[in-house]
Design a protein around this ligand. Sequence first.
Ligand SMILES: *[C@@H]1O[C@H](CO)[C@@H](O)[C@H](O)[C@H]1NC(C)=O
Ligand SMILES: *[C@@H]1O[C@H](CO)[C@@H](O)[C@H](O)[C@H]1NC(C)=O
Ligand SMILES: *[C@@H]1O[C@H](CO)[C@@H](O)[C@H](O)[C@H]1NC(C)=O
Ligand SMILES: *[C@@H]1O[C@H](CO)[C@@H](O)[C@H](O)[C@H]1NC(C)=O
Ligand SMILES: *[C@@H]1O[C@H](CO)[C@@H](O)[C@H](O)[C@H]1NC(C)=O
Length: 511
Amino acid sequence: MDATFPNRKSLFLNLVLFAAGSFCGYLLNSHLDTVYIREQNSYHAAGAFEVSSLMRPLGKTQSHLVKYDPTICNKLKQIPCSECKAAKLSISAADQKRREASLKRYERRRINIFHGRNQVNGSSPISYPAHGVSVIPMRSVWLKGLQVEWFSLYNIRSNIKLKFQINATRGVFNLIGHVHDVDVTGNGSKTITISTYSPSLLNLQLKYIAYENTFFDANIVDRVIIQFMEFTATMPIHIQHVQLPWLFEDGTGQVKDRVTVVLKTFLRYSRLKNAIESVNRLYPGTRIVVADDTPDHLFTSFQSSNVDHYRMPAYKGYFAGRNLGLSQVWTEYFFYMDDDMMITETTKMDFLVSFLDETNFHLVGVGIQDRLSPTTYLALGNKTHRCIVQKPDPGYYSEIRGFPGIYTNDAVLNIFLASTNEAKAVGFDPHPLLARIGHNEFFLSALGRLRVAACSFCAVRHVRGGPVPGNYSKYRKPEKRFKAKRNNYNLYMHNIDCVKTQWVVNKARKQ
Ligand SMILES: *[C@@H]1O[C@H](CO)[C@@H](O)[C@H](O)[C@H]1NC(C)=O
Ligand SMILES: *[C@@H]1O[C@H](CO)[C@@H](O)[C@H](O)[C@H]1NC(C)=O
Ligand SMILES: *[C@@H]1O[C@H](CO)[C@@H](O)[C@H](O)[C@H]1NC(C)=O
Ligand SMILES: *[C@@H]1O[C@H](CO)[C@@H](O)[C@H](O)[C@H]1NC(C)=O
Ligand SMILES: *[C@@H]1O[C@H](CO)[C@@H](O)[C@H](O)[C@H]1NC(C)=O
């Protein structure tokens, strides 16, 4: 091995000294073959050197020394899709093409700050902020922390000019100050190159560089490429517009000032009446938003001082109604329920509000009488071939610390308290295929976007029976063909191959 030429893998450095602007240090470049494995867990080095770090990775040929743990290895693998026996989405090649194009557009629009990995290699001399540099669009940020930590003895002895280059895509570099005897080219441009014979002057100049965003974007990352010797590093700079918060006036702070009850109703007004009365009895003054797609000839208005009864075109549907209701909420939280539910003392609305107030959760579900039915989702396969399996047993991940009886999970029943802004961002899809039945659709859309919890000691009463006007039953129990269409719609929408959902398996409430 050539002992003088700087080879990244073999550089063994121990000591770099700087004094008064001139380089007077030595870089120890030892022969790493002197570091070897002799016995398990003991390393030996040639006498003259102190081994302060092991710099040579085990070669491929040494992998036979590794005894793999099959349990851990299994956890690293994707869970094969073949485990999922649900029907696959069969679409024409043309539709598949359209779906791919739609996915591309979706991903392009998405604000996804860190895409891909940013490998920082060891033994590189470049120090830089690997994360956390941000700048307001069209403004500048001082790049603090740029420094070269060591220099090659060969370069210094041969009087080779040191060259440090940085490239940006969405902005330019400006010198905040110029250091004497340092050559800078590209000041004010996308590529700035700093050259000097003096390591200390180079490092001094690196302290005075600013990045200025010149290509506007509301929220994106510029990956700045740094080059020094044969080393490169990627420094992400987050271009981030000011994000203003969305706050709510909460009046007296009572439930009635902080929660709006959102109800979707259709035809069965005796139930709706019970639902409204239950809210008025327990939380008088709370605003109730009712979305109603009852046909005209059966419509009765429930409008009152605290009830806003929104009339929709007939049969416009379930999720469309929920979405309409949600659009009319201006409180921080909303409580969603169907018209066949009644709020009771056991609903513990005050407690649910304080739970969302005190934690970072967005949504907390309650049970129906003794049934909580929380579930979790398991994603099988990979990005291109993915299946979602709903796991009702145990249906939750863990109990939330400080809140006994409340669990983290992915989906709950159709009765929950949620924070308005975040739930609105997910929304209830008003597509006609979700006009009659919809449930897991909301939670699939919310997956990874909302923090969902379930309260095992909070519940509403489920009211059954009562008069059945119009063609309610026919409407509520759609034929198989409709269900299949709805299923296909979900698969298409989420770019998944199958979804296997099981509701209401877990009848017993978690205690
Ligand atoms: C940086 O930009 C310069 C000038 O455009 C180019 O020559 C150089 O290859 C770029 N470096 C990297 C790492 O892309
Ligand atoms: C660097 O360029 C900016 C304009 O892009 C200029 O204002 C500044 O004076 C320049 N600095 C030096 C040291 O040349
Ligand atoms: C890190 O090292 C690997 C392997 O030596 C190399 O392929 C890669 O380009 C290096 N990355 C950077 C950012 O220098
Ligand atoms: C994704 O999974 C499918 C089916 O299991 C497999 O055929 C494909 O190779 C996988 N793709 C990647 C990128 O792993
Ligand atoms: C029954 O419901 C359907 C919606 O599924 C609607 O289109 C139809 O007009 C209704 N029929 C009557 C008689 O109201």
